[in-house]
Design a protein around this ligand. Sequence first.
Ligand code: ADP
Length: 427
Amino acid sequence: MSSLLPEAHAAVLALADVFEPNIDDASINLTFSRLLRHMPIALWVVDSRSAAAAFDRLRAEGVEDIEAYLLEHPELVELACDTVMVSRANDAALRLIGQDDESYYPRSVRHMFEATPQAAVRVMTAHFNGLRTHVEELRINASGGRVVDVLFLVTYPRPPERLDVTFIIMVEITERLVAETQLRQLQADLAHASRVSTLGELASSIAHEVRQPLGAIILNGNTSIRWLDKPEPNLDKVRHLLERMVENATEATEIIDRIQGMASKRIPIRSRLSLNEIVDVALRFIHQESIQRNVAIRPSLGVDLPQVIGDRIQLQQVVVNLLVNAMHAIDHREGVGPRQIVVTTEHEVDGLITLTVADTGPGIAETHLDNLFDGFFSTKDDGMGMGLTICASIMRAHEGEITAANRADGGAVFSCRLPAAGDEATV
Ligand code: ADP
């Protein structure tokens, strides 16, 4: 619970040893004043015999679940708060509650539980259940309206120990709690900041992807208007341009759907799908980026492939992730050479459909091959290390698998295998 706990706990047990059952009152007084008074840990000695006697009566009546019983009979808790007596406290205890009056004790334990009344029930429950110690964090009222957060430890006597000597130790943890609160706030701020920056990245990627079809729509729209403004409007030309505009708008909508599908936790929709169509859409999606990065993407798609069963958006996400990673890898390659990605689909004999994405990047370091699919594994300065983790989890959800390897002539190749759809129904 707390790093202070073992220390304080050891102190309590050591104290229990000090008070041998056969030590008389006079020697307790002596020991207390000599040994415990100046101890730097706040200590109270409590006589809880009245509670112990009440517990004996309740046990005789057959009460077993004391917590439930006390919650039903709060008057018993009140009575204990008044009759269980603190017989003395050391200097550190008086300082902790802000008391400079040495005759403040003896008095009942009520003041200890004023700020956290439920703690009295828990302390009594532990006593009834015969526990040796009970520990919890609670708040106590101190003088001047101050409230102090403490780690509260109580150790109960067991026969043949002196039954009028229950120890209570408190360690102030106000500063620790303040530090913890500040830390939590800091973590929340950082999480917020990183969400904001992720949102910023997402927004700029949406802007980047959608700008291209929107630009085409504007261009085709303006050209259409010019054709219409001519003395003899060329309606065929305008119709053709309008068709292109519809295509561009559809493309923009698909991009938004895809990004929305990636960002939201949508429920996967399973249907029969053509893997080649999935690759087609993914290629259209990254077309613009591949031009900007000067990477040639060569599809080599199998003919008459059986369908697969799965979620269209998720499988598109896998292909797009692999293509984007491949483009990044090529960008990070040193030296000259072909900047090329080959995307292959084929039907393996054993009823599996395979998709491979092979690039001419630097390949994968042997030491990284085992970690690529681990969450947050990234070799990029700005990498999240989640892309391949998500791909692997999508493949698993499709009863498939994804593996990575290096190509003999350089570059990496990622292979996804999915079972070919049989006659089963889809949902
Ligand atoms: P991120 O791209 O954010 O780093 P990923 O999960 O997509 O996270 O990839 C994890 C790591 O796998 C990358 O940082 C990179 O080191 C490696 N990797 C992924 N794809 C390739 C590839 N085509 N060639 C070489 N290394 C790759």
